[in-house]
Design a protein around this ligand. Structure first.
Ligand code: COA
Length: 237
């Protein structure tokens, strides 16, 4: 995707009793997009009430001001998907700490958030926007990507795992709420043994801590008749 031009993409938009295809555009954002990006983000954060998404105004300013990258999809003039990645020390330092990779700060990008208008959910935009962003972040010489996801956010968790992130930890963040700590390393091929995988219930905190302490990584979210589980596998060196 070009840095200044928009690319055209036709998406499905849902309305009451109707699903229609609409021509949309996608482009990278700059400081001039701040007001619209902050408004859109604020609206979605309000709707879902995810603690980690609140008070992101500073983060958005920093990112659009050059300490990261952001892109958005538009339906006409309306923003319908906004993804932001931070390179700011205030975000990278806690990530380096969580991943226990002291000294790697220059190579870490924090995948801050992806927010999508509800009429445009189901277009796989979380994954599409991730891959668009991955290539630009890699070109910026960042090869360790970090993110956190609430165990309550199953849609996001499924997508983040499907994009190749692995669960490395589960800890309390942002005012004490539980978050999975996930990472994807772009220069180190990641291999997890699946035949001997183990399944842990999504909300079983103790079992999750136990399996992570044994060195397993979480790589897949699955629906089972007894509820949702995470599949964990041992990394192969
Ligand atoms: C998480 C999120 C980005 C995923 O959006 P997406 O990429 O459009 O999701 P998918 O294309 O993978 O959706 C798969 C299915 O789940 C449904 N779905 C996705 N998110 C949903 C949600 N929050 N609530 C209900 N259903 C949802 C989709 O409609 C689709 O259903 P379909 O198969 O019947 O069409 C989006 O739900 C969202 O913006 N949520 C609020 C912000 C958020 O939590 N962001 C992630 C953390 S920063």
């Amino acid at each position: 995707m070009h840095h200044t031009r928009s690319e055209r993409i036709v998406l499905r938009r849902r309305r009451a009793g109707l699903v229609e295809t609409v021509p949309c555009t996608v482009r990278y954002l700059g400081p001039e997009d701040h007001a619209e990006a902050a408004n859109f983000h604020g609206r979605i954060a309000e709707e879902i009430g995810d603690e980690a998404l609140f008070s992101a105004d500073n983060a958005i300013s920093e990112t659009l001001g050059g300490h990261g990258r952001a892109l958005a999809f538009f339906d006409g003039d309306h923003m319908v998907c906004f993804r932001s990645v931070s390179y700011a020390p205030s975000e990278v330092e806690p990530a380096v700490h969580d991943l226990e990779i002291t000294g790697m700060d220059d190579h870490v990008a924090v995948m801050d958030f992806c927010v999508i208008d509800s009429a445009f959910r189901g277009n796989n935009l979380q994954q599409i926007s991730y891959y668009l962003m991955e290539s630009i972040v890699y070109a910026d010489n960042k090869n360790i990507l970090y993110t956190t996801v609430s165990p309550k956010n199953i849609y996001s968790l499924a997508n983040v795992l499907d994009c190749g992130f692995c669960i490395e930890d589960l800890k309390r963040k942002y005012g004490g709420t539980l978050r999975f700590i996930l990472a994807k390393r772009l220069d180190v091929p990641m291999a997890v043994a699946t035949r001997s995988h183990r399944e842990v219930r999504l909300h079983d905190v103790r079992a999750t801590h136990d399996i992570l302490a044994e060195g397993y990584l979480g790589y897949k979210l699955r629906h089972r008749s007894r509820g949702m589980v995470i599949l964990y596998g041992k990394p192969i060196a």
